[in-house]
Design a binder for this molecule. Structure first.
Ligand code: AMP
Length: 840
């Protein structure tokens, strides 16, 4: 086999030449695939690129122009990139960028036009308009082969792939530097095709190989290793919407790839889901590739054990059009811990003075070759620093052994590598410094077992000013993409300086004695019903059986897609405008509980305003868990004519003891509502146990000459103890095995007398106990009783409810106990509640 460090023979290819190989008889072979989409073959891909180029040219876009591309990951991201790179120079941008970031990138690129996916909600359109750039909507064509699109709805008109010179720019990417201003890296057709060829040769890719691409196609790793290398080899690539730990195992089976390439955090996310019994169908998988951040050795070993194929670590960089070094694709030759041998360009280790160092010596890794770019655009200082005698200095520290294997030891450059995502700390400093309370700010890398680096920052505040960590995180998130928001921001009196008095970011986490970002402790079970609700969302989204309150969402396989899904579900179930960034800065159940809690510590147990309104308030009492968050959907479904307050129990998390009896609880709540509404009539409601409390509140109000009416949902009154009830219960138990089991459970002591399991949160146990001790005497208070179809599950017959509330009107809804308060149930409850108490 050819030594891989001799691959570089100065290629002269273009993107077009990767697509068009006339007469090679491969035009019918698949090139681009999508999940659940038919393949686009090589001929179809060449035709699509040709017609898109003709379309762009009709819009006045020529070869020297730069066109930004803002699209979701997937087959269209691949085909649009190829089209724009073939016709002009393409600058794919991260679709999660905020307006301010886009303003900078579009201006810095000197973009002539912006192509935006018509299905994407992005500030890129406004940014393009503000800069007077041409805006082109890219519309994916449904139902056709993967990756087919139209530009502004124009019907495809055939055209040739334009002739391009290898030295012309094809791809423009920004890299985070040591300064706040990202550096612009122009890559030529020659750089890209050289790198594509290097990757294909290293991995011995051929026409039958198929890559599963999970990398973002706005980064050189996905663009070159997955896409261009596959096309160079005559193979194909399945373009997924992005790494998704839940789907990844299924994709590996359904899409039958022969390889995939990813950053280490993705491999870890995948391993977190892999069945322990090694029963993974690996199909045609030949190897797994890892690049862009250091692959921890245990992850490499577990991947190899789990998938039974070699794991190939490679070393890449934007400035080198991705691949610089790689391990060979065979188990015998790959060397764990090393990023492999030069795999395309030449590699040297340089001293600070620029001399080449011998094997074994530690120095700065430098590269040169036809895949390496010519220099940063409009940035002479950066170029002066980066190039020495034709060598490009990578800013990474490493050693080469006598066999040419490179091992990385650290970084000279002050970059934060958050799981492969590169972040300039200076950009974060700059943002923090623009906060009025911040006098000094320094962002730095916090070691993290999963991501390699996490983003952290230390700030010194202006004298007399205050700013909390969440406030500052929110402030950063206003203008910077979520992955750049520091997970920790510590307020310090002075920022520690190095021995020479110079600020040193590297090692700052240690000097500040910050623990690593993700501390994995023994899992603590969610304690309150609120935490349990969040844990339920997390486990559903991550498809896990359980989760501890301090388990990190991302360490368990969550990614940005799953993170937004979790936030969307939490928004829906709580009705709160939770910002997306919350899951990044608080990725644990405990953290999200703090993010979500609508109640400040002081007013935790006061009536909580869930919906404002001009009319007299409605007070709704918590259920058996003491919480009110499940009332949010109901509050929102009301017409807004009256204020709606939820009453939350004392003793959940405020350090107070729970009420000792229903009577004491009701008297406490009466006092609290009277401080909001001085006199009646009072509108009282309650769910489940809250019905019993509301009933007692109404009784106490009547006793002092006030009037009240009730609206209770699936009331859980204490069980009666008379002959009629006991007979009813015996009949039901005879019919229903579950009830029998519950009764046996109580006898055996596995559930308590109130039917609550002993492991339930303390507040639930306390509330169940006082409920059973309460005697509900009949009262003529006007009431509406809503019964769901499971109300008898609590062994409380409807006739007993009517015995206690003889003046009640009953409404039956075919919904389970829990569903009554969920959004669908709430829309049915709201009109009933509105009819009971109109705007008053
Ligand atoms: P990018 O320009 O985003 O591809 O980032 C390039 C940087 O990622 C390199 O300069 C390294 O610091 C880092 N990097 C890439 N591959 C590896 C690897 N296999 N191990 C450790 N760091 C890596």
């Amino acid at each position: 086999m050819r030594p891989i460090n001799q691959l570089d023979n100065g290629t002269t290819g273009t993107i077009g030449s990767l697509l068009e190989q006339p007469g090679d008889g491969r035009s019918g072979q698949p090139a681009i695939l999508g999940i659940g989409r038919g393949p686009l073959d090589r001929g179809g891909l060449a035709a699509l690129v040709g017609s898109a180029a003709a379309e762009l040219s009709a819009r006045g876009i020529a070869r020297g122009d730069r066109v930004a591309l803002v699209v979701e990951n997937g087959p269209e991201a691949a085909t649009a990139f190829l089209s724009l790179a073939a016709a002009a120079a393409c600058a794919p941008l991260n679709p999660s960028y905020r307006r301010q970031e886009l303003d900078f990138f579009l201006a810095d690129l000197g973009a002539r036009a912006v192509v935006v996916s018509s299905t994407l909600d992005t500030p890129a359109r406004d940014a393009a308009r503000a800069l007077g750039l041409q805006l082109i909507e890219l519309e994916p064509v449904d139902g056709g082969p993967a990756g087919i699109f139209r530009l502004d709805g124009a019907a495809p008109a055939p055209g040739p792939i334009p002739e391009r010179a290898p030295a012309e720019h094809a791809l423009l990417l920004h890299t985070s530097g040591t300064t706040a201003r990202p550096k612009l890296v122009p890559l030529t057709h020659a750089n890209l095709t050289a790198s594509a060829r290097n990757v294909a040769a290293t991995l011995e890719l051929g026409p039958t190989d198929r890559c599963l691409n999970v990398m973002p196609l706005f980064h050189v790793h996905g663009l070159v290793a997955s896409l261009l290398a596959s096309l160079h080899a005559g193979g194909s690539v399945t373009c997924t919407p992005g790494f998704h730990p839940i789907h990844m195992l299924a994709w590996l089976e359904e899409c039958a790839p022969t390889w995939y390439t990813a950053v280490p955090t993705m491999h870890q996310g995948l391993l977190a889901r892999a069945p322990a019994d090694n029963s993974i169908p690996t199909g045609r998988l030949r190897f797994i590739r890892s690049s862009s951040a250091a692959l921890p050795r245990p992850v490499l070993e577990e991947l190899e054990r789990t998938f039974g194929v070699p794991v190939i670590e490679a070393y890449g960089m934007t400035e080198a059009a991705h691949q610089m070094a790689s391990n060979p694709p065979t188990l015998a030759e790959r060397r764990p811990g090393s990023v492999g041998r030069a795999a395309g360009p030449e590699i040297a280790i340089l001293s600070p003075g620029g001399e080449e160092l011998p094997p074994g010596a530690l120095g700065e890794v430098a590269v040169r070759g036809s895949n390496v770019f010519a220099g940063y655009e409009r940035n002479p200082e950066a170029n002066l620093d980066a190039f020495t005698d034709g060598w490009f200095r990578t800013g990474d520290e490493g050693t080469l052994d006598v066999h040419g294997f490179l091992t990385l030891h650290g970084r000279i450059k002050e970059l934060i590598n958050r799981g492969g995502e590169k972040i300039s700390p200076a950009e974060i400093d700059e943002r923090l410094l623009s906060h009025p309370a911040v006098a000094e700010a320094v962002a730095f890398a916090l070691p993290d077992p999963r991501l390699g680096d996490e983003v952290a920052a230390a700030v010194v505040l202006e004298p007399g000013r205050k700013a909390t960590e969440p406030e500052l995180q929110e402030f950063v998130a206003e203008t910077l993409a979520p992955f750049k928001v520091p997970r920790r921001i510590v307020v310090v009196d002075a920022i520690p300086k190095g021995p020479t008095g110079k600020l040193q970011r590297i090692g700052l986490a240690e000097r500040l004695e910050l623990p690593t970002a993700a501390r994995r402790s023994e899992p603590t079970e969610p304690r309150t019903a609120f935490e349990q609700g969040i844990a339920r969302v997390f486990t559903q989204v991550l498809d896990l059986p359980t989760i501890g309150v301090d388990d990190d969402f991302f360490a368990l396989g969550g990614d940005s897609i799953l993170g937004s899904e979790a936030v969307a579900r939490l928004r829906e179930s709580t009705g709160q405008q939770l910002p997306l960034v919350s899951i990044v800065r608080s990725p644990t159940v405990r953290g999200m509980a703090a993010e979500l809690d609508p109640v400040s510590a002081l007013e935790r147990s006061g009536p909580i305003l869930l919906q404002a309104g001009p009319g007299p308030p409605i007070f709704f009492v918590h259920g058996g868990d003491g919480e009110v968050l499940q009332f949010v959907a109901l509050a929102r479904a009301l017409d807004g004519s009256r204020a709606f307050y939820g009453i939350r129990a004392r003793g959940i998390d405020d350090g107070e003891p729970p009420a000792a009896s229903i009577e004491a609880m009701a008297s406490d709540y009466v006092e609290r509502i009277r401080s909001l509404q001085g006199s009646g009539p009072y509108a009282l409601g309650g769910f489940c146990l809250g019905a019993t409390v509301a009933l007692e509140m109404a009784r106490q109000l009547e006793a002092v000459g006030e009037s009240a009416s009730l609206f209770v949902v699936d009331p859980r009154l204490p069980r009666p103890n008379d002959a009629r009830y006991l007979l009813w219960l015996a009949r039901r138990r005879a019919r229903d095995g579950r009830l029998r089991e519950a009764a046996v459970g109580r006898l055996r002591g596995t559930t308590d007398a109130a039917g609550i399991e002993p492991g339930a949160p303390a507040i639930q146990l306390a509330l169940a106990r006082i409920r059973e001790a309460y005697r509900a005497k009949p009262t003529g208070i006007p009431a509406v009783v809503v019964l769901g179809d499971q109300h008898e599950r609590f062994s409380i017959p409807a006739w007993h409810v009517l015995r206690v509330l003889p003046n009640a009107r009953t409404v039956r809804l075919p919904l389970s106990h829990g569903d009554l308060l969920r959004p669908a149930g709430a829309t049915e409850l709201a009109p009933e509640l509105g009819n009971t108490w109109d705007a008053g």
